[in-house]
Design a protein. Sequence first.
Length: 383
Amino acid sequence: MRENPVDRLAKQRQDDRNHEDCRFGVSDMETVCIDGSMGEGGGQILRTSLALSCITGRHLHIDNIRAARRKPGLARQHLSCVQAACEISRGRSEGAALGSQVLDFKPRCIRSGDFSFRIGSAGSASLVIQTVLPALFGADKPSTVTVTGGTHNPWAPPFDFLAETFLPAIATAGFGAKSRLVKHGFFPAGGGQITFAVQPCRQDPNQTIDLCEPPEVPEVQVRIYTAKLPTHIAHRQEKLLCQSGLRIRNFEHIDVTDSDGPGNCIMLRLCDSRRTTVFTAFGAKGKSSEKVVDEVARLASSFISSGAAVDRFLADQLLIYMAVSNSRLGGEKPAPARAGGTYTTNDLSTHLTTNIETIKKFLPVNFETEHQDRIYRVSCVPL
């Protein structure tokens, strides 16, 4: 028998009431107003704001979206982030249109489920994951998230970084998720697909991110992707890497056969017994292999010589998990106040400092930074 629409609505309202306490210890439900032009003025402000709006239940008003970009306002991948946030929180939005620089977002409550989102371009699938993942750790049951779009995009973390660097890092604080690359999607064709299985977080209240020890002498492993391109490109890049001064342990060439379009990238994987740090540089039409190799080698060399534990890209993404780890997840009462974690990094980027300011708009935390030699120590402290 089909469910009566009135009964279904009543059931939904009761479900919402049952979840009124599924917040992260934040009682002030005033609208949070965010200036999207602050700091680096890019899409990270939007993604962090959406995630924290879902987590805290606070309404969001953001203007000047992506004001510092050549084409300001919402692009397709940012619209996908808004739509995804609405889906996982039963929320509503106003202003969600291509090019819009103003958005209002009103979440209701985080829900678990099997979610599927399609960007419809080569926009980054990983950035949609970045938006919904923090909130889904606070759902009452496991979730799966499938995103169709770009999996290897020069302006966003590639899938390999998420799987091998990011997920293991947040797992140290009890945030558990597994990832799978279903299909490669290189810029500009896109059409790739990734899937994440997310476990609700029930971490030990004393379990926080603590990544301060630099890597042991790391093995440098090379992974070269080519899709619909001649194999001599990979061979040339391998030869150039041998001349880069890095002590490379092994090479892996992956000739991608499931991509909708051509693509090339070099990944340097710095591996020790504790973790893997992935650095990436992308090939492009008119960009020489020398430039691609030099780009990725400089990133890796700078990190290795700094003595930091966390690279600049991971440093930015850990902040929200340090902040929300000050409260238990999944509708429990807030945990006793404690430090949300500490790490060392080799670069205090504007991405990072802007993300800090965004997080502080939503949560009662502060971030302390100390600079010594080539290392920055970043700590999250509850207020």
